[in-house]
Write a protein that binds this ligand. Sequence first.
Ligand code: BMA
Length: 312
Amino acid sequence: MAKHFANREEVLSRFKDNPIITLHDIPFRCNTVFNGTVIKKGDEYFHLLRVEEQQGHSVFALARSKDGLHFTVENKPVMTPARRGPFAKYETRGIEDPRITEIDGVYYVMYTAYSKYGTRIALAKTDDFHQYKRIALVSEPGNKDGILFPEKINGEYVRLDRPTGKDVGSMWVSYSKNLVDWGKSELLMTPRPGMWDNFRIGASVPPIKTEYGWLEIYHGVKMTVAGPIYRIGTVLLDIKQPHKVVARCNKPILSPREDYERIGDVGNVVFACGAVVEDTGEIKVYYGAADTCICVATANFNNLIEATLNSV
Ligand code: BMA
């Protein structure tokens, strides 16, 4: 039996039956499943999964659950790379890392379109989590981790994204009047030299509104001689001016420690793409582990905010 290294000081606690979704839960042939985004609608959880097929390209599949912990995956993918139309040439290497945001009753999916030209942010929408209507490619190549805020701010849609600048991967905020044309881009935050997020950072989970600001759960990468380590952290953004940081955690809320996070196609990765705040005050954070399976970890939501506001 593997030894457990969970750190008592980490804010998130792992579900005891992690991982909750693996290759063995996928009813069709694939390589791995990871980085899924979750929406709770009524008493049901809809989990849009990134499934990497054996040739190496990713598609999206749907899993459903009544308790947010035990999921059943549907028989075939619900969204696959476009074969014709304007998206086709930008999705030849797959579609990756979906994030669903509900705005005024519509479910929008921002995802990464991947091709030989690089990664672009793409936008689609769905009513039922089965049919997806592509809206637009909303960035040029070299961008990913696009995530919509759940409401307009000062009359405009807002998104987080991660353009790859010169040797840097920082988080930015952009604005749009129609979800298609984006601009007024502002640098939000950068990697911090010497810290756990020294190499690259990117948005992970759709921002959650709180009285202290927008809580954003993001990923931070530390580069080491043995390769990158992906961890999960938090930041609070100003409610009216979301390109302004109110407070940023100094310590990650989850780091790869368990075998299923350390060992896999890409080891040392915990990478969140979705979260649900329950009426009980608990937050469930869904994350891909080692690019090989999906896990969940929980915290008291107020403790997560507290840990962000008073991070030492
Ligand atoms: C990031 C994304 C994620 C992946 C992570 C670790 O850049 O591509 O999909 O989980 O790297 O490999």
